[in-house]
Design a protein around this ligand. Structure first.
Ligand code: PEP
Length: 250
C-alpha cells in the first residue's frame, strides 16, 4: 500500500513573516490528516524557519532544487549535504521551471537525482510534457525519456527510495488541469515503464500529480488508481487550500 504524499512547492514566494504564518497555519490544521504524508518545499533561505517550526511535527520539509556539485567554487549553489544539515527529507529534481528557464537537461537532472540520494535526501523527480508535445502525440516519448535518463544512469533500484511527480507543463500555474483520465493514463504509463525493470519497485513507487491541483479537483484526481498524491504550487501558498488538498488525500 503506497502512502499518499502531498508536497507544497512554494517557488519564489513569501517573506519571513508570511512564511511563519503559513507554516503555523498548516501545522495548526493538520490534526485531521492522519493517513497522508505532508511536506513543504520553501525557498532555501526559509528552510531553517521550516525546520524550527516543523521539527517534531508530522510535516516534512525539503528543497526545491539542489546543486549537482557537492562543494567548491559554484557561486550561488546549495549542496545536498547542506539541505541535509537542515534535516530536509525531500528535494525536487528537474521541476519543469528548472528545465525550461534554467536549461536543466535530462543528464543534469539525473546527476542531481544521484547527488540527492547519495546525501540521504529523497528526490522527487519531476517529469512532464509541454502542450506542443502533447498535441504532437509524443507525451509518452518525452516522459519516458525523462524517466529513462535516471533509470539508465542510476539503475531502477534508485527509484525504490524516490518519488516521481508527473506535471504536465501546460497545467502548471495555468489553471488548466489534466483531466483525471489524462493524468491516470500517464501515471499508469510511468508505472508500467518502471515495471519493465522491476515490478515490485513499480508497485511501491509513489507517483504524484502536479499541475493546478486545487481543493476543487484534488479528490477526483487522487481517486485514480495510479495517482498517489500531489505536488502543489499555487494552492500550497494558502494554508486553507493546502489543508483541503491534504484532507482530500487522507
Ligand atoms: C508546481 O509548480 O509544481 C505546480 C504544480 O504548480 P501549480 O500547482 O501552481 O500548477
Amino acid at each position: 500500500m503506497r502512502q499518499t504524499l502531498v508536497a507544497g512547492n512554494w517557488k519564489l514566494n513569501g517573506s519571513l513573516a508570511s512564511v511563519k504564518e503559513l507554516l503555523a497555519g498548516i501545522k495548526a490544521g493538520l490534526a485531521e490528516v492522519t493517513n497522508a504524508e505532508v511536506a513543504v518545499c520553501p525557498p532555501y533561505i526559509f528552510i531553517p524557519e521550516a525546520q524550527a517550526q516543523l521539527a517534531g511535527s508530522p510535516i516534512a520539509w525539503g528543497g526545491q532544487n539542489l546543486s549537482a556539485e557537492t562543494d567548491g567554487a559554484f557561486t550561488g549553489e546549495v549542496a545536498a549535504s547542506m539541505l541535509r544539515d537542515f534535516d530536509c527529507k525531500y528535494v525536487l529534481v528537474g521541476h519543469s521551471e528548472r528545465r525550461t528557464l534554467y536549461g536543466e537537461d535530462n543528464a543534469l537532472v539525473a546527476k542531481k537525482f544521484a547527488v540527492a540520494r547519495k546525501a540521504g535526501l529523497i528526490p522527487v523527480l519531476c517529469v512532464g510534457e509541454t502542450l506542443d508535445e502533447r498535441q504532437q502525440g509524443i507525451t509518452e516519448n518525452v516522459v519516458g525519456g525523462q524517466l529513462a535518463a535516471v533509470i539508465d544512469q542510476e539503475g531502477v533500484a534508485a527509484l525504490g527510495n524516490a518519488v516521481v511527480a508527473y506535471e504536465p507543463v501546460w497545467a502548471i500555474g495555468t489553471g488548466m488541469t489534466a483531466s483525471p483520465e489524462q493524468a491516470q493514463a500517464v501515471h499508469a504509463f510511468i508505472r508500467a515503464q518502471v515495471a519493465l525493470h522491476d515490478a515490485a519497485i513499480a508497485d511501491g513507487l509513489r507517483i504524484l500529480y502536479g499541475g493546478s491541483m486545487k481543493p476543487g479537483n484534488a479528490v477526483e484526481l487522487m481517486a485514480q488508481a495510479d495517482i498517489d498524491g500531489g505536488l502543489i504550487g499555487g494552492a500550497a501558498l494558502k494554508a486553507d487550500d493546502f489543508l483541503s488538498i491534504c484532507k482530500a488525500a487522507n
